[in-house]
Design a protein around this ligand. Structure first.
Ligand SMILES: Cc1cc2nc3c(=O)[nH]c(=O)nc-3n(C[C@H](O)[C@H](O)[C@H](O)COP(=O)(O)OP(=O)(O)OC[C@H]3O[C@@H](n4cnc5c(N)ncnc54)[C@H](O)[C@@H]3O)c2cc1C
Length: 303
């Protein structure tokens, strides 16, 4: 109900007003903004993963601008000696339009990243992308094992099986880096857990599997319960800091992030930037019920 209310409100609000709420989740509209935020985070002992905002292109020609955006971002990370990786959404390179085209564009980006010593994470999108993206990841991992990583979503029933599939190609010298998160898209009950308890249970099962089977574990969550379970698993498995990191989104629960950094756990923050911010920020706004009060207040104040 609440999510729907926010979604309906946001879609009819002027873009400038939505930007007021969105900017807490986004470094800014330019590459310079992303570089500055990353420098601040690095100064606090935190790594970044920079994302050029954009998704679900309708024509393959749109991918070329994004590719240029990623190449410039790779160069900026290298030239500014940033401690940062990059994250990208394959649908922005035409994953759902033309697999071969998409593969070629992302491969060019990864090739450039490899030359710069930077790794790239393939974000996971809605379930229409899951199979194709797993194929894409496998193809790229076999070619660039230390340079590409993948996101999996604990809300999907299939995720533990997907990890088992990846285990078959996992090379001990280049452990597959999986960012395990809950999942943000709205999926049917037939394929996805809906209850928090069930999602968290599957999250823990997947994380345990990853730790036991020598994956690199990127633990992406702001859920304190899950963070505590992860800390327990890290202790039980005697996991060295070279085998895992926590990940959080820019603008979300900085106090929890600092707590983990103070305990010397590796931390990476997802730093999105760019002009195509609307889809990303509306998903974030829907996740945060307290935003409703702020939106209503701002609407009243602005008349
Ligand atoms: C680094 C990173 C990368 C991600 N990449 C992907 C991806 O590729 N594909 C995908 O489907 N999902 C991705 N996600 C999103 C993820 O799937 C969840 O939707 C999101 O992290 C919220 O789940 P949670 O585990 O934090 O738990 P929740 O139970 O949703 O949140 C725990 C607590 O965090 C706080 N919180 C959460 N969200 C917000 C918010 N927007 N604003 C303010 N407070 C908030 C609240 O206090 C909440 O109680 C990513 C998340 C992270 C951290």
């Amino acid at each position: 109900m609440l999510n729907k209310l926010i979604a309906d409100m946001v879609s009819v609000m002027p873009e400038n007003l939505v930007w007021l709420f969105s900017k807490r989740y986004i470094a800014g509209k330019t590459l310079e903004d992303a570089v500055n935020v990353t420098l601040q985070l690095n100064g606090q002992g935190i790594y970044a993963t920079i994302d050029v905002l954009g998704e679900y292109i309708k024509q393959t020609s749109e991918a070329l601008d994004y590719k240029e955006g990623y190449i410039k971002t790779i160069d900026a990370v290298k030239n500014n000696s940033l401690k940062a990786t990059l994250s990208l959404k394959p649908s922005m390179f035409g994953l759902l339009l033309d697999y071969e085209f998409c593969y070629k564009q992302i491969r060019d980006v990864i090739q450039r990243a490899k030359e710069a010593g930077i790794s790239i994470c393939l974000d996971m999108e809605d379930s229409s992308c899951t199979d194709i993206e797993l194929n894409l990841f496998e193809q790229l991992y076999l070619e660039f094992p230390g340079t590409v990583s993948l996101v999996l979503q604990a809300y999907l029933h299939r995720t533990l099986n997907d990890l088992k599939r990846l285990q078959k190609i996992n090379k001990p010298e280049y452990p597959i880096n999986v960012r395990i998160c809950k999942g943000i898209y709205i999926e049917p009950e037939s394929i996805a857990f809906r209850k928090k308890q069930e999602i968290n249970r599957n999250y823990k099962l997947c994380l345990e599997f990853m730790m036991f089977n020598h994956f690199y574990c990127s633990i992406a969550t702001h859920d304190e319960q899950l963070v505590n379970s992860a800390l327990e698993l890290i202790k039980q498995n005697n996991l060295d800091t070279s085998r895992y990191e926590f990940q959080m989104l820019y603008g979300v629960r900085p106090e929890l992030r600092h707590k983990l950094v103070e305990l010397n756990h590796p931390m990476r923050v997802y730093v999105p930037y760019g002009t195509h911010w609307f889809g990303y920020s509306t998903r974030r706004l829907k996740e945060n019920p307290r935003m409703v009060t702020h939106i209503i207040k701002a609407l009243i104040v602005r008349g």
